[in-house]
Design a protein around this ligand. Sequence first.
Ligand code: KIV
Ligand code: ZN
Length: 511
Amino acid sequence: MTDQPHIRIFDTTMRDGEQSPGASMTMREKLDLAELLCEMGTDVIEAGFPAASAGDFDCVRQIAEQSQNDTIICGLARSTPNDIDRCAEAVKAAANPRIHTFIATSPLHMEHKLKMGENAVLEAIGRSVAQARNHVADVEWSAEDATRSDFDFLCKAVDVAIQAGATTINLPDTVGYAHPEEYGALFRRIIENVPDSDKVIWSTHCHNDLGLAVANSLAGVTNGARQVECAINGLGERAGNAALEEIVMALKVRRDTLQAMTRIDTTKLSRASKMVSQITGFPVQYNKAIVGKNAFAHESGIHQDGMLKNAQTYEIMNPEDVGVSATSLVMGKHSGRHAFRDKLAVLGYDLEDDALNDAFKRFKDLADRKKHVFDDDIMALVDDQLSNEGERIVFKRLRVVAGSEGPQTAEIDLEVDGNHKWTTARGNGPVDAVFNAIREIVPHEAVLELYQVSAVTQGTDAQAEVSVRLSENGIVATGRSFDPDTLCASAKAYLHALNKLEIRRQKRIAA
Ligand code: KIV
Ligand code: ZN
């Protein structure tokens, strides 16, 4: 046990994170991510903005329904009565529901965006927080653009929120404008000046426009904040939010000076980062702290020599602490089902019998085609399988003519609504031919916004990981797939995106 304060980790990947252009997630993806966040020990999950759309409402409601242990499930609401009622309805099934309501307090936002004076804003705060408290005991109030607000007015606004029943007060650096000394001082001064400041939990919410989001959040912590709002891989509006994995590891590694702790199981950070990157199609920068591919790689001779003598010479944390295992050679094609199931358990997967059988079959196929099967290959294989379950358009077979002779041609077999369909199409290169063939079988207007290929592991026989982003009339969907054959992975990723687009189209019609 320790008497160091517990810093609550509030994950907003599915709310602020999803607001980044192109980062939208399906219900299934959100449910899987929420499950992992719960397992990881995340204190609060902001699952969405229920009044924003019927889809957002459903996601928050289902996450609330599946929530386990003591994780708080939170929804965002503006200060309007309708937003708050919708939010309350969406989170009510959670064991620990929270309503997070906000209004802007800076002169700029009040005058130009809200067109409200100070008194009207104070009135809206009192009314919205009280309404939220009628629904749930746990209410967070945020002063949007707090760091550009007038200090005396901010104190008044916070006071009204506390007196109306808010239990957490968040001071967001909405536009990523503050620097650490300033942001820390804001917390210190406000906690000193506002009556009953000891009755609430203070929270940080920092955007990364100047690359200071993590530093600012930690400055908040050293000045009294006990909740940090952050997102996996730093996903979020514009330059993003404070990266969850960086906050958590900074608090763990520098506990000696930061004097605070979280309850996050850090060994799940790497998996969470991969999951979010795969869902959104946003690659993780190679040299990104904690979860980048190179975060624990040592290239220079001096560093390698030091590492061999004592890893602490150049490593301030163990890769295993964030869930990066030394690249482990898994089983070959002679490995049995038991060993495979054990491996999945070590990697954090618990599959039902049918899904396990499917995964095992796919593993055997992969082991036949690829000499070394690594942990990352297995994770890619299972994630791919889970994300394609129940799809309308299913990949069956592909044959491609490529190379300098041309013409580049793709012959593809698909199953659409259970019916076998096939065609042959040409293209300006093999990938174009594959996508044209799909478009012939499933005509659509979607525009290809992103096509990205990377390798899951090293070596020329590595599986290709392909991400495809399609957009149609403002609906965006990202698909991904893995295969040792880059063209098969490309076809499957395109179909994955197309299937997701279709689901979103249906939802929009229903809404
Ligand atoms: O950045 C911000 O101010 C927000 C609030 C809604 C909390 O995301
Ligand atoms: Zn934000």
